[in-house]
Design a protein around this ligand. Structure first.
Ligand SMILES: *[C@@H]1O[C@H](CO)[C@@H](O)[C@H](O)[C@H]1NC(C)=O
Ligand SMILES: *[C@@H]1O[C@H](CO)[C@@H](O)[C@H](O)[C@H]1NC(C)=O
Ligand SMILES: *[C@@H]1O[C@H](CO)[C@@H](O)[C@H](O)[C@H]1NC(C)=O
Ligand SMILES: *[C@@H]1O[C@H](CO)[C@@H](O)[C@H](O)[C@H]1NC(C)=O
Ligand SMILES: *[C@@H]1O[C@H](CO)[C@@H](O)[C@H](O)[C@H]1NC(C)=O
Length: 479
């Protein structure tokens, strides 16, 4: 899926450099911590996060009721054993074709990755594939195999007498023609390239097995991409007087998430499956980002997730489906440092990697909003208008990796590294670090319009302080 509709899970662009204990719950949290709260996505694309056992403690401290993991990792599944947390396991995209190909492959997967942990690990959903329908390169190979893989897994579970585990897949909002911001909701339809071939059999399977349609729904991206036409508070569930009335149904909306969910429901209805239940596989709000990204702050992330928890604790449903019960998973447990793309991608956590809460939250939604301590002010709710540069990050760095990134940057664009050649204005100081900063900036200024990010495997960062010196001028984002 592509920005601005991208889910945080998906690397944004190919132009990136290739491949790559104390929680702040405080005493107050124990007071509210017993109810079954929202689920949390336990993403692990990071090299500095706590081990699984500690992570389970942090999940519980935040009041999580369930957890979703991105692969059937044995250590993680064991750490969840004996807890009250229910577990959703994602079946990786890469093995869908194999699972679809034979009963034996599905049997083997279930035997190796699921049965050893039941019933002490309370697995509830198997989610076959992560936003596969957003990846058009998989259109002829994986898309037609998703439902057959789900059917084979379903058959394997039946054969082994496992009746409690439901099967589904996760889909981004781009399964709809209108993408991240489908307004009006009632007009939404599934994309023509998937509607009959994938969605119809998928919905039939989900309905027949009484499972859920799992959607990744991010009001953040819809709001950030709306160019100021949607009030921030409407995205944060504190709309005040803001309302949207769907002209097709007359239904009144008080927040963006409801619009997105009802759009999915409307698209289902058009395929004759309006009764399929919806779950939210991922939602959330980034607690930080780059200077050229708006609205990503601790304040907004805390408000979004706290309001989400308080709201869903009451099972409100949506205007089109009042009272509907809906499993919801917040993205994400940690800020994940190894996720490529813009800065927001690495800032969805409710915890920092050191286990400190980014902000206090009771995912069970019982704590009144007024009972939280004050939040820091938001400083980026409107676009930053000043100049921005991209430089080597100010932290301890692996010199080999910096050298590799420098070489990569210099190979992109036109004349990217001319100024750091011998005799160039920026040749001195002749150090890898100085040259890397120049090259990163030169690369980013040329290519950011086509989606390049200031990332370089976490070696680069944006700055609003002009890095130019002497006769060496760094181009800024203002040209
Ligand atoms: C599972 O997670 C543990 C803990 O992070 C890690 O050490 C291990 O390598 C993972 N196993 C696999 C097969 O990825
Ligand atoms: C965003 O809004 C501004 C001011 O209303 C307008 O000038 C600009 O063209 C809009 N940009 C997009 C991409 O819609
Ligand atoms: C944990 O990390 C955050 C973010 O880097 C920092 O602000 C905080 O002080 C750290 N907490 C501890 C206990 O080290
Ligand atoms: C430093 O980076 C290189 C190249 O990316 C990598 O092969 C090496 O393992 C890294 N060293 C450390 C200590 O992380
Ligand atoms: C580099 O120059 C070529 C030829 O003039 C042009 O097609 C291309 O778009 C330029 N690339 C960038 C990143 O400016």
């Amino acid at each position: 899926m592509v920005p601005p509709m991208a889910s945080p899970l998906r690397p944004l662009l190919l132009i990136l450099l290739a491949a790559l204990a104390c929680h702040a719950a405080g005493g107050s949290r124990t007071h509210y911590g017993h109810a079954h709260g929202l689920g949390v996505n336990y993403g692990r694309v990071a090299d500095d996060i706590p081990p699984p056992r500690r992570s389970v403690q942090l999940l519980r401290a935040a009041g999580a009721g369930s957890v979703k993991i991105y692969d059937a990792n044995a250590t993680v599944l064991r750490a969840l054993s004996g807890t009250r947390l229910t577990v959703s396991i994602m079946v990786p995209n890469e093995i869908i074709v194999d699972l679809a190909a034979s009963h034996a492959a599905a049997d083997a997967w279930v035997a190796a990755n699921l049965l050893p942990y039941l019933p002490t690990t309370r697995v509830k959903y198997l989610l076959v594939g992560n936003e596969v329908l957003s990846d058009t390169s998989a259109a002829t190979t994986v898309w037609p195999r998703i439902v057959p893989a789900m059917e084979n897994l379903h058959r394997s579970l039946r054969k082994r007498g496992v009746s409690r585990v439901k099967i589904s897949t996760t889909l981004a909002m781009d399964a709809l023609v209108t993408g991240a911001f489908p307004r009006p909701p009632s007009a939404a339809t599934f994309r023509p390239d998937i509607a009959e071939t994938v969605m119809r059999p998928l919905l039939r399977f989900i309905q027949g097995t009484n499972s859920y349609y799992f959607v990744d729904a991010y009001p953040y991206f819809a709001w950030a991409g709306s160019n100021g036409t949607v009030p921030l508070d409407y995205a944060l569930f504190q709309s005040g007087p803001t309302r949207y009335v769907d002209p097709g149904t007359g239904l009144t909306y008080t927040n963006l998430l409801d619009e997105m969910l009802d759009a999915v429901g409307a698209a289902m209805s058009k395929l004759g499956h309006g009764g399929v239940r919806i779950a939210i596989a991922e939602t959330g709000w980034p607690n930080g980002g780059d200077y050229d990204q708006i609205g990503a702050s601790v304040r907004n992330a805390a408000l979004y997730n706290r309001n989400l928890a308080a709201r869903f604790a009451k099972n409100p449903g949506t205007p089109a489906r009042p009272g509907a019960r809906m499993p919801v998973f917040v993205f994400s447990l940690y800020n994940e440092d190894l996720k490529p793309g813009p800065g927001t991608e690495r800032h969805w956590g409710i915890y920092y990697p050191n286990g400190t809460a980014v902000y206090e939250i009771d995912l069970a939604g019982r704590r009144p909003l007024s009972a939280y301590p004050p939040l820091p002010a938001a400083e980026n709710d409107t676009p930053y208008k000043g100049p921005i540069w991209c430089v080597l990050a100010a932290k301890k760095l692996n010199e080999t990796a910096v050298g590799d990134a420098l070489t990569y940057a210099c190979g992109q664009g036109n004349g990217t590294c001319d100024a750091i050649q011998p005799g160039g204005h920026c040749f001195q100081p002749n150090t890898g670090k100085a040259h890397a900063s120049y090259a990163f900036n030169s690369y980013w200024q040329q290519l950011r319009k086509t989606g390049a990010t200031c990332y370089f495997n976490n070696l680069a960062e944006q700055t609003i302080k002009d890095p130019s010196y002497g006769s060496c001028k760094f181009q800024s984002s203002l040209g």
